[in-house]
Design a protein around this ligand. Structure first.
Ligand code: PAF
Length: 282
């Protein structure tokens, strides 16, 4: 399908195009994004095309998931380049709605997911996961794909989305895809664009401390001790502040002190003007 990307901006056009494919017996994969695409997003599209016949992506910088002092106005917007990259990856349709299409003036529904939205980024970014859950619920219902793909880099977001799809009986399989990293270990992220050359050289420390915590857990050390050292190491490396380094149950996201079940080490830290998040499996 490479070389054949259509762009639509209304829900009606999105639905008509997906119906056209469905009427031909074709299955559909969906990759919701906020644009400023990188290899991580394109990996989601390629994986989608392994799981389904056609791929749809959305690019929508969702205002409701940004806090009042966050980077909504400066978030990188590069639709023409995004469209080229999507086309090259074989994506057949880009849904790029306006804010008015997604949130008409009288819009009054919010989806909140209790439990997995609490703690970690949920505490630092109040309202963020309600914004994510609301827009993702809308996007899934607008597109109604067979499968929707999300990166594991946003691990808590993935847990929120899995839970909302299950709880609201949205008939879409949710597929998590492993984080794509630069050669030095830094997780690919649209927000890496905020880093100066100097900060970019410091940034891979975030992955190194995650691996150190994971290694320590496997060796039988306590999470609290390992996480305290990881915070100190990030600050020593040049990070401005650390929102959290925590070890959580990989499924429920409940806090863990010892490695006695599948776990995830998660970190959020600030470097220059960027807030970076990352996580690894244990
Ligand atoms: O991960 C993102 O890019 C966004 O949070 C998402 C899932 C597209 C919702 O706006």
């Amino acid at each position: 399908m490479a070389g054949d990307l259509d762009i639509v901006r209304s829900v009606a056009e999105l639905r008509a195009r997906v119906k056209y494919w469905r009427d031909q017996g074709l299955s559909v994969a969906f990759v919701p994004t906020m644009g400023a695409l990188h290899e991580g997003h394109l990996t989601l599209v390629r994986r989608g095309l392994e799981l389904a016949d056609r791929a749809v992506a959305s690019v929508f910088v969702n205002p409701t998931q940004f806090g009042p002092n966050e980077d909504l106005s400066s978030y990188p917007r590069r639709e023409a380049r995004d469209a080229e990259l999507l086309e090259g990856a074989g994506c057949g349709l880009l849904f790029a709605p306006t804010v008015a299409e997604m949130y008409p003036d009288d819009f009054s529904t919010t989806v909140t997911v209790a439990g997995v939205s609490a703690g970690l980024c949920g505490d630092i970014r109040p309202g963020h996961f309600a914004g994510v859950a609301t827009v993702v619920a809308k996007l899934l219902l607008q597109c109604l794909p067979d499968v929707a793909l999300f990166g594991e880099k946003d691990y808590q977001q993935l847990a929120v989305i899995r839970r909302l799809a299950r709880d609201l009986d949205i008939p879409v399989a949710i597929e998590g895809v492993a984080t794509v990293r630069e050669a030095d270990g830094l997780a690919m992220s649209s927000r890496n664009a905020y880093l100066s050359a100097e900060e970019r050289a410091v940034a891979p420390a975030i992955h190194r401390v995650l691996l150190a915590v994971a290694g320590g857990l496997r060796a039988g050390d306590a999470a609290s001790k390992l996480c305290a050292k990881a915070v100190a190491d990030l600050l020593a490396a040049g990070f401005k502040s650390v929102d959290y380094v925590e070890v959580r149950d990989a499924d429920t996201l409940a806090p863990l002190e010892w490695f006695d079940r599948p776990a995830r080490v998660l970190v959020a830290a600030r470097l220059g003007g960027a807030r970076l998040i990352d996580n690894v499996a244990v």
